[in-house]
Design a protein around this ligand. Structure first.
Ligand SMILES: Nc1ncnc2c1ncn2[C@@H]1O[C@H](COP(=O)(O)OP(=O)(O)OP(=O)(O)O)[C@@H](O)[C@H]1O
Ligand SMILES: [Mg+2]
Length: 241
């Protein structure tokens, strides 16, 4: 479904990505983990067209989408959230979701047909604030709105950059259940970045571990934690659950 092949990216003197490769199948939840600065957000930005890789290829359903830009990628069915929330703050909650739905209607009307905005707002506990400006919402509600907006795009691939950041244990558990629900309802491929390893281990079928711009290990969640290289990267950091 998604195939990232040997993607590299340098910012000034910093090599943020070095030949990073991964793949993600439809219906799969892949965890992308690694220490601060490992290159996780940069990789997701390269996949979603937010930045153009210096080398390598990104393919969605076999089609080369490398460096095609964020709008092209959104229209191709890549929905995402950002590590630092990026909503249309001066639009209402409902309008934020509608903008994504309009994009979906333009390119994949059959998919858009199946998306019910009111149901989506209710699912993400946003129905009571549908007419509030997005910028006035609490942090937790803004995070939920980002996910609802990404889903209104009818994504074939959903990228979630630290969706559980700033949530308490109970909220993280509710979020994990919601993401599993997305897998069932939408059947999209999902990539989740997070530092909360309990959240990641509970949720993800497979993990991809990054360190210093490289993907150092990919595999089933339990298998990855048995690899000494992965344990080494995490020594002195959060311990696996
Ligand atoms: N726009 C940019 N300009 C310059 N350097 C950047 C830029 N974006 C990322 N970097 C650098 O690239 C490296 C990888 O950053 P990235 O944000 O991808 O890491 P990350 O794994 O997402 O980290 P974190 O867990 O802290 O979010 C870091 O050294 C970072 O400082
Ligand atoms: Mg990041």
């Amino acid at each position: 479904m998604l195939s990232v092949e040997a993607v590299s990216k340098t910012f000034g003197g910093v090599q943020a990505l070095r030949n990073a490769s991964l793949s993600c199948a439809a219906g799969e939840i892949l965890g992308l983990i690694g220490p601060n600065g490992a290159g996780k957000s940069t990789l997701v930005n390269a996949i979603s067209g937010v930045l153009k890789p210096d080398a390598g290829r990104v393919r969605l359903e076999g089609k080369d989408i490398t460096g095609r830009g964020p709008e092209f990628c959104a229209r191709a069915g890549i929905g995402r959230t950002f590590q630092t929330i990026r909503l249309f703050k001066d639009l209402t909650v409902r309008q934020n979701v509608e903008v994504a739905h309009i994009t979906c209607r333009a390119v994949r009307p059959d998919v858009a047909e199946r998306i019910d905005i009111d149901r989506l707002l209710a699912q993400y506990e946003l129905d009571g604030v549908a007419h509030a400006l997005a910028g006035t919402l609490s942090y937790g509600s803004q995070r939920r709105l980002e996910i609802a907006r990404a889903l209104a795009l009818g994504p074939a691939l959903l990228l979630l950059d630290e969706p559980a950041a700033g949530l308490n244990e109970n909220e993280s558990e509710v979020l994990a259940i919601a993401i599993e629900g997305i897998r069932q309802d939408v059947g999209c491929a999902t990539i989740v970045i997070d530092h909360d390893l309990r959240f990641i281990n509970r949720l993800c079928d497979r993990l991809c571990v990054m360190d210093q711009g490289q993907v150092i290990m990919s595999g089933e969640t339990s298998e990855v934690w048995r690899d000494p290289r992965v344990v080494e990267v995490y020594v002195g950091q959060s311990q696996p659950a």
